[in-house]
Design a protein around this ligand. Structure first.
Ligand SMILES: [Zn+2]
Length: 253
């Protein structure tokens, strides 16, 4: 066995023989180029500090980001909130947003529009827009590398208004820090604007616990209360009639 002996490197993920380039992990296992790509690992210099388990974790993150991005894109297309784009385009750009979602952040709606729209020839190209229960998120994957991303907490939005132009509809988002325009396809601008306003209205009126949460919360506390009264009944403090009446009242019957 000399320096030039050919060591067969079997990828610890896919079990295939690794072509060049191949990567040695921290646990001395090999990883092939295809699996690096599939796991969504862009910084290969980090691999020498990762174990097989770390790589597997990346795989599941990668798959869930892709699934979320696909859902966001599909929503926009299914509602006519962006067309002329294929799924590859959509997943690429919505993924920028999907990766930034915070725990507990819920997807409400998505659309595609021209960012920082000034005129038909002056804008930052198409962005993927997502409204969640917390923020408006906007993202764009850059052609060569990197991405553009911006998020605004709904609390920091003063107003959202719409104007209809000859070629495009324009959505104006007025925030505490800045005002910017989004150019929307004229055919879908109306539907997007009414959906955005509806989502905002719904979020504002449900600012306190959502109806479903409220029901389950009050059911939960009602059950607690009933248990307390049951103890009073068992202790002979309450009569059966008094307990029944209290129980009915607590359950809202
Ligand atoms: Zn592999």
């Amino acid at each position: 066995m000399g320096l030039f002996s050919k060591e067969t490197a079997i990828c610890c993920i896919c079990g295939e023989e690794c072509d060049f380039p191949k990567y040695r992990l921290a646990d001395n296992r090999w990883l092939c180029q295809d699996c690096v790509k599939d796991a969504g690992i862009s910084d290969t210099s980090a691999l020498k500090n990762m174990t097989k388990e770390d790589v597997l974790g990346k795989f599941s993150n990668n798959a869930s980001y892709d699934a979320m991005a696909r859902k966001m894109y599909k929503y926009a297309v299914d509602h006519g909130f962006g067309h002329g784009w294929n799924e590859t385009w959509g997943v690429k750009h919505f993924r920028v947003v999907a990766e930034k979602l915070l725990p507990g952040e819920e997807f409400m709606m998505s659309f595609i529009g021209l960012h920082n729209y000034v005129s038909a020839t002056k804008h930052d190209q198409n962005f993927a827009y997502v409204i969640t229960n917390k923020r408006i998120l906007m993202g764009q994957k850059q052609k060569i590398a990197g991405e553009k991303f911006q998020a605004i907490y709904l609390d920091n939005i003063n107003d959202i208004t719409f104007t209809s132009g000859l070629i495009l509809g324009v959505m104006t988002i007025d925030t505490i820090k800045e005002v910017f325009n989004v150019g929307l396809d004229k055919n879908s601008a109306k539907e997007i604007s009414s959906k955005v306003l509806q989502v905002f209205h719904d979020l504002r009126t449900q600012k306190e616990p959502a109806p479903t949460a409220q029901t389950s919360d009050s059911t939960f506390s009602a059950a607690d209360e009933i248990l307390k009264f049951k103890q009073l009944l068992d202790a002979g403090v309450l009569t059966q009639e008094e307990f029944d009446a209290k129980k009915k009242q607590l359950l809202g019957l």
